[in-house]
Design a protein. Structure first.
Length: 365
């Protein structure tokens, strides 16, 4: 059991943003939420499963929706609706406890991302819950079925939903996680492309062998390596690649970035012109919130479930989709997928074929 201090939390969120592969929500917003909780003297207590009782309940709070910047059209569409004072995820967690008639003891982040990990941490701290050193993805993922919960047949329902306007619902039953994705995404689309979710509420006994243990500690290690390299003026990308046992894929500049908000997702592709040892080559990444598929000179080069990560070499910051500008200098690298995703069911659920690409996953690390 460990109380996380401010620097610990910042390092974790930076690590999660790198592991978020372009998605996972806003790092800036995530840091803001952490700062707000700390100002209120809230505590962030990280625990292992061994420090909880088997019958303790764990919940998974997160945001579902697109990660696109708000447009003026979207702002006008919702400007007459009231905005609630509380963060919707805290409300959704409270509504879930009311529905169950039981208190939740701890929370787990649904994915590693600067926004969604912060949301879980904030919800836990504000509600007096522990934070479990685990997650069901080992990275950021675009859809609700992309979890190790699904791989292990853990029921996603009941699902508590609250949007920023205070509208709420409890989904008591769904056919499967794919239907849950459709239902929750539909509500996100009509909620300014973002809705708070709390799901997969279950006991420690039932969850402890269905998630990726140590995921938060791993993010922490990545974040510390990133910070120390940045502070010392050494190669940030190289430090992260070494810490994560990854591999450099490409160095270049952005030459084109096309994207849109489609059915509650930020979908686009970004192209790069090679620089230095990659001069004369081109690179392309297709993203669906997260970076999914990469091509080098028109041929498949890296795919999910491996992590395709990008750092802006001018700002020394991880890049979030779709925030590219022409001429941005980047290093693109891969980090290895969690072992759970390399199983047959893992690849069927979150491999290149699940996104319509008729190729087999070939690890690049």
């Amino acid at each position: 059991m460990r109380k996380l201090e401010r620097q610990d939390l910042i390092d974790i969120l930076y690590g999660c943003t790198i592991l978020g592969t372009g998605g996972g929500g806003s790092l800036e917003r995530g840091i803001y939420q952490i700062e707000e909780a700390l100002k209120l003297k809230k505590e962030f207590i990280l625990v292992d499963f061994s420090e909880l009782e088997d019958n303790d309940l764990i919940a998974t709070p997160y945001s579902c929706g697109a990660i696109s910047p708000e447009t003026e059209e979207e702002r006008r569409k919702y400007e007459k609706l009231p905005i609630i004072d509380e963060v919707p995820h805290v409300v959704a967690l409270r509504e879930m406890e009311k529905h169950l008639g039981r208190d939740v003891k701890a929370v787990i982040s649904t994915e590693l991302g600067g926004g969604n990990t912060a949301v879980a941490f904030y919800s836990g701290a504000m509600s007096g819950k522990y934070i479990v050193d685990a997650d069901p993805a080992g990275r950021s993922v675009p859809e609700l079925q992309h979890t190790t919960y699904y791989l292990n047949d853990v029921n996603i329902a009941p699902i508590s939903l609250v949007n920023q306007f205070g509208e709420s619902a409890i989904i008591t039953n769904v056919v499967n996680d794919f239907r849950a994705e459709s239902l929750v995404r539909a509500l996100a689309v009509v909620s300014k492309n973002s809705i708070a979710v709390v799901d997969h509420v279950n006991t420690v006994k039932n969850l402890k062998n269905t998630v990726i243990k140590g995921a938060i500690t791993y993010s922490w290690d990545i974040g510390k390596a990133f910070r120390l390299a940045k502070e010392s003026g050494t190669d940030v990308s190289a430090a992260v690649i070494e810490a994560g046992k990854g591999k450099e894929l490409f160095k270049g500049t952005v030459i084109e970035n096309n994207w849109g908000t489609i059915d509650g997702f930020t979908i686009g592709d970004v192209k790069f012109k090679g620089e230095k040892e990659y001069s004369g080559s081109e690179y392309k990444i297709w993203y669906k919130n997260e970076n999914i598929i990469a091509w080098k000179n028109g041929e498949y080069h890296a795919t999910v479930p491996d992590l395709i990560c990008i750092i802006d070499e001018n700002t020394k910051e991880p890049v979030l989709n779709p925030n590219y500008s022409n001429g941005m200098e980047v290093t693109i690298f891969a980090l290895p997928a969690a072992a759970e995703w390399t199983s047959d069911k893992g690849l069927e659920t979150f491999g290149p074929k699940s996104f319509g690409h008729d190729i087999n996953w070939v690890p690049v690390v």
